[in-house]
Design a protein around this ligand. Structure first.
Ligand code: RBF
Length: 158
């Protein structure tokens, strides 16, 4: 499957500049924090490497991925926030919660971006188990937090 071979980090890293005066919100889900902290560290360091100033990166935590949409909306409404990066990790359990949460957060995050006309990035890992999640949070499949930050920058440079 193509997605198992490619990650955004293997794509061009061009266009990751021009953001020295931009302000970012990173909204982080506390569920599966072992994973989401790694996503946060990846996103934060990618922004710094791109030249974003520390004081222009605002972190906010929400309880779980389901709350990312509302957290994103709270942040996106502020004029001085240029982009919002949402980070979460949903691991499939034995109940259908996985599908409800994934669908709701994907839909909610899309809506917020369209409503406020600014990049609101879906940095949510959805996996069958913790190992797959860790592989995508700084493991063998890269770090989706890095990629979420790169996506925010690329969309600001659109
Ligand atoms: N939140 C996550 O971010 N990742 C999960 O894997 C996750 N699994 C959940 C499983 C169940 C059965 C429930 C009830 C909640 C789960 N949540 C998870 C929390 C969810 O995103 C949200 O915070 C709560 O449902 C409260 O609205």
């Amino acid at each position: 499957m193509a997605s198992t071979l490619k990650s955004l980090s293997t794509f061009s890293n061009k266009n990751l500049s021009g953001v020295a005066d931009r302000k970012f919100a990173i909204v982080v889900a506390e569920w599966n924090s072992e994973v989401t902290e790694r996503l946060y560290n990846g996103a934060y360091s990618t922004l710094l490497h791109a030249g974003v100033r520390e004081e222009n990166i605002i972190r906010k935590d929400v309880p779980g991925s389901f709350e990312l949409s509302l957290g994103a909306q709270y942040m996106a409404q502020w004029k001085d926030i240029d982009a919002v990066i949402c980070l979460g990790c949903v691991i499939k359990g034995e109940t259908p919660h996985f599908d409800f949460i994934c669908q709701a957060v994907a839909h909610g995050i899309t809506e917020v971006g369209l409503k406020y006309n600014k990049p609101v990035v879906f940095g949510v890992i959805t996996t069958l188990n913790l190992e797959q999640a860790l592989d995508r949070a700084g493991g063998k499949h890269g770090n989706k937090g890095d990629e979420a930050a790169a996506t925010a920058i690329k969309m600001l440079n659109f």
